[in-house]
Design a protein around this ligand. Structure first.
Ligand SMILES: [Cu+2]
Length: 495
C-alpha cells in the first residue's frame, strides 16, 4: 500500500516536472542550436528555408483586452513654424498580464512611448532626457536629419543628462519611429520597451480622403514578440540569441490579445514591426485583401491590394481594411503565422470614406543617375557573433565610406548566399531611399515608395538610390538588433 502510493506520487511529480520544464528546455535547445535562419519567420514561404533557431509564436490565453493607444505627445510649446517636445527615457513597471508587474522601459511612460506629431516644413526641437541608469541615445528612425541629431552610438547621453536637438522636417508624410541606439545596449533597451512612433504630416496627408481620426479609424499597431518568465519579467539575458532574440507572445502597443471596436467602414492600420528580430507575414483571417497605402517613409503612388504583407524588424506599412462585407457583431482578425495579432470587432459602422482613393502620392519612378553617381556594394554575410559587411565587423573608429552631401548614391546591397543563412533587414540612417531593383527585377508596388529598411533574403541583391540631404556621421546596419550589435554595421561620413 505504502509502496504503491510512493510510486503514484513519484509519477505525478515527474509529470508535473516535465510540464514545467519542457517549454523552457525546448526554447533553450532551439536557442542553442543557433544558427540557421528564417529567424523566427513563421511563414516558411517567405523565407524559403526552414529555421532551427526559432521560437514559435503562441496564441494568447490572456483575456482579450481593448488595444492600448499610445498617447499623442503634447508639445511643450508651439509657434507658427516651431514645435518643442520633451522625451524622457525612463524605467518603471507595466502590468501586461495576471501574475505581477513587469520591469520595463518607456519614453514618458513605463512601456513604449507617445506618438510625436510633426509637420513637413516645421522645425522640431526635442529635449532628450535620459532618466535610465545607463547610457542611451535617441535615434529618429527614418528621419532626414543631421548626423549630430540622429542619435547614433557616438553620441551617448549619460544617466541623468539631457541633449537638445533640432531639425527641419523635410520629408513626406509617413509613420516613422524612434528608439535607442547606444553601443552594446540597443537590443536590450528596445526589448525592455524603448520605442515610439512619429507621425509626419504634409499637404498630401492633409488632403487625402483616408481615415485619419486617431484611435477611431486610424490605429497604430506596434507589433513585438516577448517572452515572460515565470515571474512575468522580460529576461533579456535568458532569451538572448546571437542570431536574434525572439519571444513567443505577440504584444501590440504593449497589449496581449488586443481587440479594436470598429465603428467605420474603412480602418487604417499603421503597422510597425518593433521586434528585435522576428519577421511577420500579416494576413486577414478571412483572406480578404488589404490595401497597402504607405511603406516606411511615404505613401505609395496608389493603394496596393495585397493578401499578405511581410514586415521585417523596423519596417512600417499602412494598410486600409474595408470591413463592409463583415456583418455587425462579427469579427475579423489580423493574423501572423496563424496567430491573431489584433481582433477587429464589427460594431454598427459609418461610411467614414466612400471608397479607396485611386492615387495617393505623385512620385516619379526611381531612377539611377547616369553620371556623377557614388556607387557602393555592400555584402552582408556570416551568422551569430561573426556577422559582417564586406568582410568586416563594425569598428566605431573606422569610417567605412566617405561621401558628399546631396551626392547621388546608388548602392547594391547583397545578402551573401551561404550554407547557414538568414534574411537581414538592411537599414540606413538619415535618408529615405528608393529601390531600383531586387535581383535585377523592378520592385513590387509596395516597395516603390520611400523606405529606410529593406529586407534581404539569402542570395538577394537590392539596388538602392538616394541622397544625403544633411551632413554628419551615419550608421547603416542589419536591423536584426542582435546582428547589429554583433557587428553587422558600418558607418558613412557625409561632408
Ligand atoms: Cu542580420
Amino acid at each position: 500500500m505504502k509502496k504503491s502510493l510512493i510510486l503514484i506520487l513519484s509519477i505525478l511529480f515527474a509529470t508535473v516536472l516535465a510540464f514545467l520544464f519542457i517549454p523552457s528546455s525546448n526554447s533553450y535547445a532551439a536557442a542553442m542550436m543557433g544558427g540557421n535562419s528564417g529567424n523566427g519567420m513563421m511563414d516558411n514561404d517567405e523565407s524559403g528555408h526552414m529555421t532551427e533557431h526559432s521560437v514559435d509564436l503562441v496564441k494568447s490565453t490572456a483575456p482579450e483586452k481593448e488595444l492600448a493607444l499610445p498617447p499623442i505627445l503634447k508639445p511643450d510649446k508651439q509657434t507658427k513654424n516651431d514645435v518643442y517636445y520633451t522625451v524622457t527615457a525612463k524605467s518603471g513597471t507595466t502590468d501586461f498580464k495576471d501574475g505581477g508587474s513587469t520591469e520595463t522601459l518607456g519614453y514618458n511612460g513605463t512601456y513604449l512611448g507617445p506618438v510625436i506629431k510633426i509637420r513637413r516644413g516645421q522645425t522640431v526641437h526635442i529635449k532628450e532626457v535620459n532618466d535610465l541608469n545607463e547610457n542611451t541615445t535617441f535615434h529618429w528612425h527614418g528621419a532626414i536629419i543631421d548626423g549630430k541629431a540622429d542619435g547614433g552610438l557616438h553620441d551617448p547621453i549619460k544617466p541623468g543628462k539631457t541633449k537638445n536637438i533640432s531639425f527641419k522636417v523635410q520629408q513626406p508624410a509617413a509613420t516613422l519611429w524612434f528608439h535607442p541606439h547606444p553601443s552594446g545596449q540597443t537590443a536590450k533597451q528596445v526589448y525592455k520597451g524603448l520605442a515610439g512612433l512619429i507621425y509626419v504630416s504634409d499637404n498630401t496627408s492633409k488632403n487625402l480622403k483616408i481615415p485619419k481620426n486617431y484611435g477611431v479609424d486610424d490605429f497604430p499597431l506596434v507589433v513585438q514578440d516577448r517572452t515572460f518568465d515565470s515571474k512575468n519579467q522580460f529576461n533579456y539575458k535568458k532569451d538572448y540569441n546571437s542570431d536574434g532574440t525572439l519571444g513567443e507572445n505577440i504584444l501590440v502597443n504593449g497589449t496581449l490579445n488586443p481587440y479594436i471596436n470598429v465603428t467605420t467602414k474603412f480602418v487604417r492600420l499603421r503597422l510597425l514591426n518593433g521586434s528585435n528580430a522576428r519577421n511577420y507575414t500579416f494576413k486577414l483571417s478571412n483572406n480578404q485583401k488589404m490595401y497597402q497605402i504607405a511603406g516606411d517613409g511615404s505613401f505609395l503612388s496608389k493603394p496596393d491590394p495585397i493578401k499578405k504583407l511581410t514586415l521585417a524588424p523596423a519596417q512600417r506599412a499602412e494598410v486600409l481594411v474595408d470591413t463592409s462585407s463583415i456583418p455587425d457583431g462579427e469579427s475579423l482578425e489580423l493574423v501572423a503565422g496563424g496567430i491573431p495579432v489584433v481582433t477587429l470587432k464589427m460594431q454598427t459602422r459609418t461610411d467614414n470614406i466612400k471608397r479607396m482613393p485611386k492615387s495617393l502620392l505623385k512620385m516619379a519612378t526611381a531612377k539611377a543617375g547616369t553620371h556623377d553617381v557614388d556607387k557602393q556594394t555592400l555584402t552582408l554575410s556570416g551568422m551569430s557573433k561573426m556577422v559582417e559587411i564586406n568582410g568586416k565587423q563594425f569598428n566605431p573608429d573606422r569610417i567605412d565610406i566617405h561621401t558628399k552631401v546631396r551626392q547621388q548614391q546608388v548602392w547594391t546591397v547583397k545578402n551573401k548566399k551561404q550554407m547557414m543563412n538568414m534574411s537581414h533587414p538592411f537599414h540606413l540612417h538619415g535618408v529615405q531611399f528608393r529601390i531600383l531593383s531586387i535581383n535585377g527585377h523592378k520592385p513590387p508596388l509596395n516597395e516603390t515608395g520611400y523606405m529606410d529598411t529593406v529586407n534581404l533574403k539569402p542570395g538577394d541583391s537590392v539596388k538602392l538610390t538616394f541622397k544625403f540631404e544633411e551632413k554628419g556621421l551615419y550608421m547603416y546596419h542589419c536591423h536584426n538588433l542582435e546582428h547589429e550589435q554583433n557587428g553587422m554595421m558600418g558607418q558613412i561620413m557625409v561632408e
